[in-house]
Design a protein around this ligand. Structure first.
Ligand code: ADP
Length: 191
């Protein structure tokens, strides 16, 4: 299995790159943000409970996202692999992901971190707000909260995969195509 943790701050382009990779390598896309927005859209009890947290730009509890991800991994054991977008976002989530994969006889193959400046992130998110209408994209203060939470709670996950020699960084200030080319070169190295 090829299991890629696609990582980076909000607005880095994880979703866009994930959809390219899903197509090229036949992987299954697991985006916890999309799963949570779907719960909100369907007005499920979980969605109703978490709506205010998500719309304010805060992380939801580890147990919630772990449950969503483990269910999908366990339901798709014959997949060629998974692309994890927006998960893990804490070291605890990374540890549990390792356990879920180990139970299925597999592991995280590599982590790819999309790197770019805060100013570019903000510009891209505000642009996306017009196209997609996400509540957490429309307000500059919420965007700043998300970037702050990334730096304070999530970026530490990089150290977890660095220690396992699975960390690769990609300059995502470039065009989507150039970024994708670099990602493909990294994947080709480990295949
Ligand atoms: P982005 O990376 O653009 O900020 P996502 O779609 O990945 O957006 O996530 C949107 C929101 O969903 C996050 O701000 C957070 O509230 C919640 N969320 C998504 N994934 C996780 C996660 N792994 N752990 C905790 N909260 C999460």
């Amino acid at each position: 299995m090829l299991n890629i943790v696609l990582f980076g701050p909000p607005g880095a382009g994880k979703g866009t790159q994930a959809s390219f990779l899903v197509e090229k390598y036949g992987l299954m896309h697991l985006s916890t943000g999309e799963m949570l927005r779907d719960e909100i859209k369907r007005k499920t009890p979980l969605g109703e409970k978490l709506r205010s947290l998500i719309e304010a730009g805060h992380l939801v509890p580890d147990e919630v996202v772990v449950e969503l991800v483990s269910k999908r991994i366990n339901e798709n054991k014959t997949s060629k692999g998974f692309i994890l977008d927006g998960f893990p976002r804490t070291t605890k989530q990374a540890e549990i992901l390792g356990e879920i994969f180990a139970e299925n006889g597999t592991e995280v193959s590599l982590m790819i971190v999309l790197c770019l400046d805060d100013e570019t992130l903000i510009k891209r998110i505000l642009h996306r707000a017009e196209a997609e209408g996400r509540a957490d994209d429309a307000d500059i203060n919420i965007i700043r909260t998300r970037i702050k939470n990334y730096n304070e709670q999530t970026a530490v996950v990089i150290d977890y995969y660095k220690a396992k020699n699975k960390f690769y960084a990609v300059d995502s200030e470039k065009t989507r195509e150039e970024t994708l080319t670099h990602i493909n070169e990294i994947i080709a190295e480990i295949l």
